[in-house]
Design a protein around this ligand. Sequence first.
Ligand code: ADQ
Length: 464
Amino acid sequence: MSRLIIISNRVSRPTKGGEQGGLAVALAAALRQSRGIWVGWSGETTEKFTGQIAFNEDQGVKTATIDLEEQDVDEYYNGYANKTLWPLFHFRIDIAEYARDFEGGYNRVNQRFADTASPLIEPDDIVWIHDYHMIPLGQMLRKKGLKNRIGFFLHIPWPPTRLLVSLPHHSKLVETLFAYDVVGFHTEEWLESFRHYVEKEMGGTVNGDFVTVGQRTIQAIACPIGIDTPEFVAASKGEVAAEMQERVRDSLQDRAMIVGVDRLDYSKGLEERFTGYARFLKDNPEMHGTLVLVQIAPPSRGDVESYQEIRATLDSLAGRINGEYSDVDWTPIRYVNQGYPREKLAGIYRAARIGLVTPLRDGMNLVAKEYVAAQDPQDPGVLILSRFAGAANQLKDALLINPYSPEEMSDAIGKALRMPLEERKRRWVGMMKSVEEQDVSWWRTTFSMRLEEADKIKQTEEAE
Ligand code: ADQ
């Protein structure tokens, strides 16, 4: 078995309290099996970049991390990754910032990763690079002479060509993807947009999974990520989840609960969610006092201005809706700015009659899948899901809505509250099938197998 080297912006070390997400758990399992290494930024800054690597090993998972300079973090992480690529790839060219310093910092840090990681990589290793922070890294590793199998997975959407061309030097960035052997996206839609760009902007050709530009042919595939379903199902039946479920239900006093769980991010459609919920309250006065929206949204990326803005907007929107509709014994929105361990989260999902997941654009969205996995099969809740989340392609039995329409959201909330048990069960069975079949282990093995096959294809080509 080849050793796996994972490179991503941040590494996730195994913890004892079950706080890790499914992705971290799945990748940690693969690293353990192959005795591989996870390489990334430590999250710390240093005055002068030295390239010094801190090695660690926790529960059989080896990590190698480097510190970055403050300027690196400003230009690469807060800058190009989160002020340029994140909004642009989520179709928000209105807030994307294009600055030469950001692009320079992004390339500099990727080069730093290439310089640091390349001595750790042996000829037979498989290298798997993750996400928009690291798009050009594969090409930089190739320039250092690496002939390994190298794969790249994009966790966020790939934007339509007419939006992507608003990025200065867009083709230079996309060209770097042709250094990989396999490039993965969550959905056919993101894959199609990538192919469209390659054909229209680069004169490339597409032949099934193979995409060619000039002399380079890569495999571009759709491979939807899943959650660690067995672990999440077990968590939802555990003691911690049961206690949390009871705590929440006690506090609700027979009211129906709607739950939203998101990082505080403008792509998650939180403002639209509150507005849609307010529309339901306006349209259905007889329902006042019978339901509560519990929105759990821990702040993220607080150094970026647009994230401070969304926080302020939501604070005031929640306050306004609560001010307008609350009664002495009822508050329609409980807005909680903190994270919860996974077991507790599972209990919160299970207590909720409705899971409200309304991103304006999302590569996949794992919260939707976690909500499904946490339900009681005998009395499952209803998932209301944005059609613009990657997950909507698999969770077709959810109530799919357009999150930009408060009326659609309001109607879906009404429909979910009235939905008979038989229909809830039927829809849940359909969704759970996909959540079980295409879980995170399936995702990891499917992608890794493609990468291994890629090598066979290359070897055959070389032999001919
Ligand atoms: P994210 O944008 O972070 O991920 P998502 O897929 O929903 O979005 O994953 C969020 C994770 O964080 C979930 O596992 C959720 O349980 C957890 N989480 C969120 N709020 C929490 C809270 N308050 N307490 C505890 N845990 C919380 C990016 C892309 C997605 C893609 C994933 C994986 O933006 O589209 O699905 O990567 O590829």
